[in-house]
Write a protein that binds this ligand. Structure first.
Ligand code: ADP
Ligand code: ZN
Length: 636
């Protein structure tokens, strides 16, 4: 056991660091000091990253946190461990505050938590500077971002405060930060980006099975949502745990809630338009297990910590990847298998456009309304790229947050990995590029005359009354994509939208038009960087699939593979169990049964061969590769 672990045991009663905690702490403790940003989910254990160094460094560490209840709680538990700490907030009565300040200035405290509004006092900042704190930690650092969902004007001052305190070490912590917000944190705290280490870990949720289903029309969405919840919870008579169903509008939550009630589930609707007492009642009854299903807008969720939520269904596509991952992440907090199902279809584009048009940036944002709208649309398109993703959904999200280290490399816990080939980027052939340009030409000829459905019908060459009424049969692009079905063309049009080549108006009947980028691609001034949708079974086109061998397509589970070695499989399972125990993670985090079964058939002997096994990504090979190889190589 290392020296750090020993003091961890002694001071905090914990057996070991989480790997990323150790990494962050070691960096902070480096000679000369460091600046570190830790991004890890709520409950991941970020506070240890400043509490522990505080005890090692001695002196008085300053922690800035906006959550008074949390400060109070932390101060108490530190006190129980014999670590002297207190907090300063405007809620304290003046006598108590002076008493605490006196202890602080006498140098009796190892940690002092300060609420950001207290730092308006220059006097306090100067006194803190005199203490020469070895470390300043900023919790909930995303509150500094005017783009974040939790902006606090008092946080804007923290750059100045850090400059005044001149600490050798700065730690910023947050649970939510997209790359843009991370950059803003670093900039506003006045920390040069190149001097800053970012530790971003713990976002992987391997017990969550992610899936996207394409469906359109509210009634079809409602039926599918009910079916998925039934699968996850079982019959309404004895449901296994709870479900959250998110809808895009208040009216829809009420409609969908009726479906669940009629099906026999104990359910309720939840949205900001309801009486607060009603809302509170629904929230409390769901938390206590009296309700099985809540159908809600995104107003629902803050403070929901029911552990046995088995499924989160989005009847309509939400506004961003961040929002989606936060909402779907409410499933399976108990670590047991849970599912996230996102229903997505054409009408989501129009709905989101309308919601954005009606919305306004809140708080003291500096950007213009137009800039805000453009950014919201961009965030939504990012999510639609997730919907369209041709590779692992978990990895897509982890990469989006920049969490490369936890990328699972074929997780076995999403619909893409489960059923499709994990496909890298295919080069767009001339033939495919032409299809894209034809579709774009179709959009251009339309000149605002019709919606996407009619356009798809026309490109396919359908001669329906509707298409004729709209005058689309007259277009030179009518029937230009007759080799493809209307449904396929719809998927293509959607990809053109997520690729930013086509946009739709925000009116009640959204009409597509070409963007500047779309015009450039159509004219051949810019290359085509859009993958054509998969052609449905039975109509695969020659040359579309990658040539044999190297493809990492789904192979059959090799239990009945003649090469499968049962004894080796058992040994591998033992090794996995050991690794899981050591790291304190469930076995499936190390790797899945399916991966081990394949391994017991393929019998890889090198790291390269190991990478060929389904589910063995670089992160897993890094963490467990050697251990598994030892078993594989020593097996006769
Ligand atoms: P965060 O600030 O990231 O939301 P906390 O710091 O409040 O999370 O920690 C959440 C919980 O995890 C706490 O109960 C804490 O005791 C526990 N915890 C933190 N680090 C470890 C560890 N290395 N081993 C075991 N438990 C830990
Ligand atoms: Zn996957």
């Amino acid at each position: 056991m290392g020296a750090l672990e020993e003091s961890l045991q002694e001071r905090f009663g914990l057996p070991s660091f989480r790997p990323w905690q150790r990494e962050a702490i070691e960096m902070l403790l480096e000679d000369g000091g460091r600046r570190v940003l830790v991004v890890a989910p709520t409950g991941g254990g970020k506070s240890l990253c400043y509490q522990f160094p505080a005890t090692v460094l001695g002196g008085t560490t300053v922690v800035i946190s906006p959550l008074i209840a949390l400060m109070d709680d932390q101060v108490r538990s530190l006190a129980e461990r014999g670590i002297s700490a207190t907090y300063l907030a405007s809620t304290l009565d003046p006598d108590e505050r002076r008493r605490r300040e006196q202890r602080l200035f006498d140098g009796e405290l190892n940690l002092v938590y300060v609420a950001p509004e207290r730092l308006r006092s220059r006097w306090l900042v100067e006194r803190l500077a005199e203490l020469r704190p070895p470390l300043v930690a900023i919790d909930e650092a995303h509150c500094i971002s005017q783009w974040g969902h939790d902006f606090r004007p008092d946080y804007l001052r923290l750059g100045e405060v850090v400059a005044a305190l001149e600490p050798p070490r700065v730690l910023a912590c947050t649970a939510t930060a997209t790359p843009a917000v991370r950059e803003e944190i670093v900039a506003r705290l006045g920390l040069a980006e190149d001097a800053m280490a970012v530790v971003l870990r713990g976002f992987a949720r391997p017990n969550l099975t992610l899936a996207v289903e394409e469906v359109d029309g509210l009634s079809a969405r409602r039926r599918l949502a009910l079916a998925r919840v039934k699968q996850a919870l079982g019959a309404p008579r004895a449901p296994r745990g709870g479900a959250i169903v998110y809808a895009g509008t208040r009216r829809n939550t009420e409609k969908v809630a009726v479906d669940f009630e009629e099906a026999g589930y104990r359910s309720g609707a939840y949205h900001a338009g309801l009486d607060p007492a009603v809302r509170e009642d629904v929230g409390a009854r769901f938390a206590s297990g009296e309700l099985d299903v809540v159908v809600a807008t995104n107003a629902f969720g803050m403070g929901i910590d029911r552990p046995d939520i088995r499924i989160v269904v989005h009847v309509q596509t939400p506004g961003s990847i961040e929002q989606y991952y936060q909402e779907v992440g409410r499933a399976g907090r108990d670590g047991q298998p849970a599912a996230g199902v996102l229903l997505s279809g054409m009408s989501d584009f129009g709905l989101r456009k309308r919601l954005i048009e009606m919305g306004r940036p809140d708080g003291e944002h500096s950007e213009s309304v137009e800039a805000w709208k453009a950014r919201q649309w961009g965030l939504f398109l990012d999510l639609m790229r997730y919907v369209e993703a041709g590779s692992c959904r978990h990895d897509f999200i982890l990469r989006y947050f920049g969490d490369e280290r936890e990328v699972l490399g074929g997780c076995g816990h999403c619909d893409v990995c489960g059923s499709l080939e994990a496909e890298g980027e295919r080069k767009v052939s001339e033939e495919d590029a032409l299809v894209v340009r034809k579709a774009l030409a179709g959009v251009a000829r339309l000149r605002g005359r019709a919606g996407l459905k009619a356009l798809a019908a026309s490109l396919h060459g359908s001669d329906t009354q509707r298409v004729r009424e709209l005058g689309l049969t007259q277009l030179s692009t009518h029937g230009i994509l007759s080799a493809h079905s209307e449904a396929w063309i719809m998927v293509l049009l959607r990809r053109l939208m997520t690729a930013g080549l086509v946009d739709v108006t925000g009116s009640d009947f959204p009409v597509p038009f070409l963007t500047q980028a779309g015009i450039a691609v159509m004219k051949g001034d810019a290359p085509v960087r859009v993958l054509l949708p998969r052609t449905g079974a039975g109509q695969k086109r020659a040359g579309q699939r990658r040539a044999g061998g190297g493809s990492r397509g789904p192979r059959p589970i090799p239990v009945d593979d003649p090469d499968f070695d049962g004894a080796l499989y058992e040994k591998l399972k033992e090794a996995r169990l050991e690794a899981a125990k050591e790291r304190g993670v469930p076995a499936y985090v190390v790797c899945h049964d399916r991966t081990l079964r394949e391994m017991a058939a393929q019998k890889p002997r090198t790291r390269e061969q190991l990478a060929e096994v389904h589910g063995m990504g670089p992160a897993r090979i890094e963490s467990y590769g050697d251990r598994l190889l030892r078993v594989l190589v020593s097996h006769p």
